[in-house]
Design a protein around this ligand. Structure first.
Ligand code: NAP
Length: 334
C-alpha cells in the first residue's frame, strides 16, 4: 500500500500515515508490531522519550536498515522531548540519549511533547515530585528550549522541528519568534475533536498537522487509571458504522481515511498485525464530499486528553479546561 505524503517547510515529505507506539513497552509485542508495520509498508514511526520504547524501536530499525530491507532515507522517525527536559542545559543530552537508543544519526521530526515544562530529579530525567505533585519549571520559556533545538537542527541531528499539545496561540507565538520555523504540530484529533481553529492557523503558517488518537484512543485509560479521561468512542459513532458498511471498510478505516483525506497525518497505534495491515489499507478508496461533511459535522464534541496533571501550569494550553472543570488526579504517567 502506497502512503500519500505532504511537504514539510524543510522540503522533506511527511507521510500521511504511520504507526503510533504509546503504551507499548513490551519488547516482543513492539518488535512483532514494528516488523508487521515495516513489512506492510509503514515508514513513519511515532515515538517519544516518555514512551520508554525507543531502544526497542532502535533494534528493529537497525535490523531492517543493516540487512538492506529498508534504506534509512525511506524511513520517517518522529520523537519528542519530555516535559522534564525543556531546560536549555538538558535538551542536547536528552536528544543524544534518544539518538543512541534509536540507533540513528538523526531524527526526521522532533517535537516538544508538551507546552508545560516540569522539573526533574537531580541526575536523571525522572519527574521531580513534591507532595506527590509535579513541580513546574517556571524559568524555561518555549523559546529557551526552541533555541537549543535549532542548534541540533543546524547540526543535522534533527531534520525538522515541531510541537505537540500546544494551543494555536502558543504555536503562533513560537512561529513568529523562531529562526527555524516549526514544521509540524501533533495534537489530539478525531471526529469528536476536529481542531478546526488550530488547523486553519496551521494552514496559514504552512505547518503540517498530525492527529494523535485518530481512533479516539480506546486503550487510553490503561495509561493512567487514576487520570481524568472523558468518555467517548468515535469507533462506535453511528455515522462511522454506516459509512463502514457503505464502503465495505471497517470503522477504523473510515476514521483514518477521513483524516488523511483532509491532508492530516494519522498515526494509529496497534500491536495486532491484522489491525496494523487494516489501518494502512486506507489509501485505496475515497470518501465522497457528502460523507466527509457528515464526518466533519457529527454533533458530539469531546476533548479526550485533558492533561489534568498540568492544569494550573502557567503554560497550560487549553482554554476550555481549568481547575474548576477538572478534578485534578494524583500524578502517575506510566
Ligand atoms: P489510537 O491510535 O486512536 O488508538 C489506539 C487503540 O486502538 C489501541 O487500543 C488499539 O488496540 C486500538 N486499535 C488499533 N487499530 C484498531 C482497529 N483497526 N480497530 C479497532 N481498534 C483498533 O490512540 P493512541 O495510541 O492514543 O494515539 C495514536 C498515537 O499517537 C500514539 O500511539 C502515540 O504514538 C501518539 N500520541 C501522542 C500523544 C502526544 O501527546 N503527542 C498523545 C497520545 C498519543 P490494539 O493495539 O490492541 O490493536
Amino acid at each position: 500500500m502506497t502512503v500519500d505524503s505532504v511537504p514539510l517547510n524543510t522540503g522533506a515529505k511527511l507521510p500521511l500515515f504511520g504507526l503510533g507506539t504509546w503504551q507499548v513497552k513490551d519488547e516482543t509485542e513492539l518488535t512483532v508490531a514494528l516488523r508487521a508495520a515495516l513489512d506492510g509498508g509503514y515508514r513513519l514511526i511515532d515515538t517519544a522519550h516518555l514512551y520508554q520504547n525507543e531502544h526497542i524501536i532502535g533494534e528493529v530499525l537497525h535490523e531492517y536498515i543493516s540487512s538492506g530491507k529498508i534504506k534509512r532515507e525511506e524511513l520517517f522517525i518522529t520523537s519528542k522531548l519530555p516535559f522534564v527536559a525543556h531546560a536549555p542545559e538538558d535538551v542536547a543530552n536528552c536528544v543524544e540519549s534518544q539518538l543512541k537508543a534509536l540507533k540513528l544519526d538523526y531524527i526526521d521530526l522532533y517535537l516538544i511533547h508538551c507546552p508545560c515544562p516540569f522539573k526533574h530529579q537531580e541526575g536523571n530525567l525522572l519527574p521531580l515530585l513534591e507532595d506527590g505533585k509535579l513541580v513546574f519549571d517556571e524559568k524555561t520559556s518555549h523559546m529557551d528550549t526552541w533555541k537549543e533545538l535549532e542548534k541540533l537542527y543546524h547540526a543535522k541531528k534533527l531534520r525538522a522541528l515541531g510541537v505537540s499539545n500546544f494551543s494555536a496561540k502558543q504555536l503562533e507565538e513560537l512561529y513568529n519568534q523562531a529562526e527555524v520555523k516549526p514544521s509540524n504540530i501533533q495534537v489530539e484529533c478525531h471526529i469528536y475533536w476536529p481542531q478546526e481553529h488550530l488547523r486553519s492557523v496551521c494552514k496559514k503558517l504552512g505547518v503540517t498537522f498530525t492527529a494523535y488518537a485518530p481512533l479516539g484512543s480506546p486503550g487510553r485509560k490503561a495509561a493512567r487509571p487514576d487520570g481524568v479521561w472523558p468518555e467517548g468512542d468515535p469507533l462506535l459513532e453511528p455515522v462511522v458504522q454506516q459509512l463502514a458498511a457503505k464502503y465495505h471498510k471497517t470503522a477504523a478505516q473510515i476514521l483514518i481515511r477521513h483524516l488523511t483525506q483532509h491532508g492530516i497525518s494519522a498515526i494509529p497505534k496497534s500491536i495486532s498485525p491484522d489491525r496494523i495491515i487494516e489501518n494502512i489499507s486506507t489509501f485505496d478508496f475515497k470518501l465522497s464530499d457528502e460523507d466527509m461533511h457528515a464526518l466533519d459535522t457529527v454533533p458530539t464534541r469531546i476533548r479526550l486528553f485533558i492533561f489534568d496533571f498540568a492544569v494550573g501550569h502557567p503554560l497550560f494550553p487549553h482554554d476550555d479546561v481549568d481547575e474548576t472543570t477538572t478534578p485534578k488526579s494524583g500524578f502517575k504517567l506510566h
